[in-house]
Design a protein around this ligand. Structure first.
Ligand code: DAH
Length: 340
């Protein structure tokens, strides 16, 4: 019996040396198989001889064998971690650094608002139209009943690319292009970027999103405009949302209105977002001016229509409580990640 106890002690001693001497994972695995391998390992060989012992001796040797097995297993595990760390370090990797968070993509907040708006107008029978961002002053101003000496056409407000060519300052020229290309009935929305010579500050951006709407047919009236926008507001802002029209002026509509929606943040009670008024301005709108129909060769005696223009970026700012419009256009992933 003392033979076996001696052998176990020798196994432990040699095992400690072999394990601490193993330089890589393969050497460590070889040591494990030699020491503790189930079929031909040294410990297994010793355990096989337990049967030769008397029933009194067996438990003591068995307990000693278990202890050696535990000690060596623990050492093997600890050394495995060291060997792995060494390999990582040799490869220039610091295994103590925190792991990288998995990257989650997110749709841009303006895209999220745009997609909702598309879905609403699609269900109301609108299709989507597009126009170029570089426009002529005829499409951007003249055809929209805005003479070139109108303040809006001023060099100070518009980016001119060349004489008569500019970056569109609104999406309204898409109205003109659509009416030139199609006969009524027309029911379109036209999303896109627009550009103005504004400072880049918390409430202005030199490029931003707009979404235009245009409906032209026989017998279209102000009632259709109001019903369409009221339904739009309920779908986008919730069933309690109401709209109100305030008289305003745009050269391409007559009459014209600023359209407000009841504040969807405070339920129209009055809060900082709506400056205590209970209303938020969300778009301009009106009945298409007959001069615009004349510019595209539509008969203003036969056709009437309505138009509207909104800023999906502005709506995203209000909805998500974003304090600075620059956040929308700077592509900072730390900001954008929050919208996943
Ligand atoms: N184009 C106007 C702007 O940029 C917005 C607008 C107002 C569009 C009234 C319209 C409209 O179609 O009817 O401020």
């Amino acid at each position: 019996m003392t033979d076996l106890i001696d052998e176990l002690e020798a196994l432990e001693r040699e095992g400690r040396e072999a394990i601490s001497g193993a330089r890589d994972a393969a050497a460590l695995e070889a040591a494990r198989v030699r020491l503790l391998g189930r079929k031909d390992g040294r410990l297994t060989a010793i355990l096989r001889r337990l049967g030769d012992l008397s029933p009194e001796e067996r438990p003591r040797v068995g307990a000693a064998a278990n202890r050696v097995k535990e000690v060596l297993t623990g050492l093997l595990e600890a050394r495995a971690v060291e060997v792995e760390g060494g390999a990582a370090q040799a490869a220039g990797i610091d295994p103590t650094l925190p792991g990288r968070r998995p990257w989650r993509g997110a749709r841009h907040p303006v895209t999220q608002v745009m997609d909702e708006i598309y879905a609403i107008f699609r269900s109301l029978g609108f299709t989507r139209a597009r126009g170029p961002e570089a426009e002529t002053d005829w499409y951007n101003f003249t055809a929209l009943n805005t003479p070139l000496d109108h303040p809006a056409a001023d060099m100070h407000d518009t980016f001119y690319l060349a004489p008569g060519v500019l970056l569109r300052s609104h999406t309204s020229p898409v109205q003109i292009r659509t009416m030139q290309a199609y006969r009524p009935p027309i029911r379109i929305i036209a999303p896109g970027m627009v550009y103005r010579r504004d400072p880049f500050d918390a409430s202005h951006a030199p490029g931003f999103d707009q979404l235009e709407g245009l409906v032209v047919d026989e017998g279209v009236s102000l009632v259709d405009l109001k019903a369409t926008l009221a339904e739009f507001a309920r779908r986008l802002f919730g069933p309690e949302a109401r709209v109100r029209f305030r008289p305003s002026f745009f050269p391409f509509t007559e009459p014209s209105a600023e359209v407000d929606v009841s504040c969807f943040l405070c339920g129209a009670k009055g809060c900082p977002a709506c400056k205590g008024t209970g209303w938020m301005e969300i778009m301009g709108a009106g009945m298409v001016d007959p001069a615009v129909f004349e510019a595209v060769g539509y008969d203003p005696e036969r056709y009437t229509g309505f138009a509207f223009g909104m800023g999906p970026g502005r709506i995203a700012l209000q909805r998500y409580g974003i304090p600075d419009i620059r956040l929308l256009y700077e592509s900072d992933v730390r900001f954008l990640e929050q919208f996943s």
